[in-house]
Design a protein around this ligand. Structure first.
Ligand code: NAP
Length: 251
């Protein structure tokens, strides 16, 4: 599954799963465009430095993925720098925990804006470029939360279910243009976001017990599946949502 002269844009790439994906794809031969919000400048520069040390090209393109104007500028920066964009990994996401009864309306809006609308805006800005080349690989990071979920995450679960539904229809629209679109659904992964589920040792233990492989995931555990969906080996797979969760949601 090694790729050469391939380019990919990874959103939310400054840390956690996004940084692991960016580095993992660079290791597999991709030139990698790195997105995050500007406040993550230092962390993003660090990831860029590691990619350059591998001999790959990289470009940093700041944008809040929930803002259309910033997303369009981001895609232009990447296209101007790389000439073309073969693949995108929509990884940027947020989780603000809260039970439904007391959930603040702005938390619902923020989570939907970044996770669901952000994915849509990035893809909408990229599609003309991918269609022009009759080639594209879209990988959206959803979550097992979008299939099963846990208390205090109803809005997050709804946003990730939205990403999966969106991806299924997108796949039907763009297949004719040589573009595939799939979702990767991580389980419980040890990142800053994952710690919401893992800070309490009892909760952490119960997630471990629910996992067939009996361990919490690392960001690196997600990389191989993303690389597969981004590769030509996955050219006949589209509209799918694959769990990468060590065996929590079995389907
Ligand atoms: P993380 O450690 O919180 O990293 C997320 C990154 O996305 C951060 O750098 C964050 O920057 C950035 N980001 C947030 N909002 C953004 C926006 N509007 N525009 C651009 N970048 C933005 O999270 P993670 O655990 O690596 O999660 C990555 C993806 O995997 C998310 O989509 C998440 O929902 C999904 N996921 C994670 C788990 C898990 O257990 N960790 C499980 C299932 C799915 P700021 O911090 O500056 O906001």
């Amino acid at each position: 599954m090694r790729s050469s002269n391939r380019t990919v844009l990874v959103t939310g790439a400054s840390r956690g799963i996004g940084a692991a994906i960016a580095l993992g794809l660079a290791r597999r031969g991709y030139d990698v465009a790195l997105n995050d919000i500007e406040r993550q400048k230092d962390a993003l520069s660090d990831v860029a430095g590691q990619i350059e040390a591998m001999g790959r090209r990289t470009v940093i393109a700041f944008a809040d993925v929930s803002r259309k104007g910033e997303v369009e500028a981001m895609v232009k920066t990447v296209a101007d720098s790389f000439g073309h964009i073969d693949a995108v990994v929509n990884n940027a996401g947020i989780l603000i925990a809260g039970e439904v009864e007391g959930l603040r309306e702005e938390y619902w809006d923020s989570v939907m804006d970044v996770n669901a609308k952000g994915t849509f805006l990035v893809i909408q800005a990229l599609l003309p470029l991918m269609k022009a080349r009759k080639y594209g690989r879209i990988v959206n990071i959803a979550s097992i939360g979008g299939k099963h979920g846990a208390p205090s995450q109803a809005h997050y679960s709804a946003s990730k279910a939205a990403v999966m539904g969106f991806t299924r229809v997108l796949a039907q629209e763009v297949g004719v243009d040589g573009i595939t679109a799939n979702c990767v659904c991580p389980g419980i992964i040890l990142t800053d976001m994952g710690r919401v589920n893992l800070d309490d040792p009892e909760v952490r233990n119960s997630w471990q017990e629910k996992t067939a492989i009996r361990r919490i995931g690392d960001p690196e555990d997600v990389v191989g599946t993303v690389a597969f969906f981004a590769s030509d080996d996955a050219g006949f797979i589209t509209g799918q949502s694959l769990n990468v969760d060590g065996g929590i949601v079995l389907s």
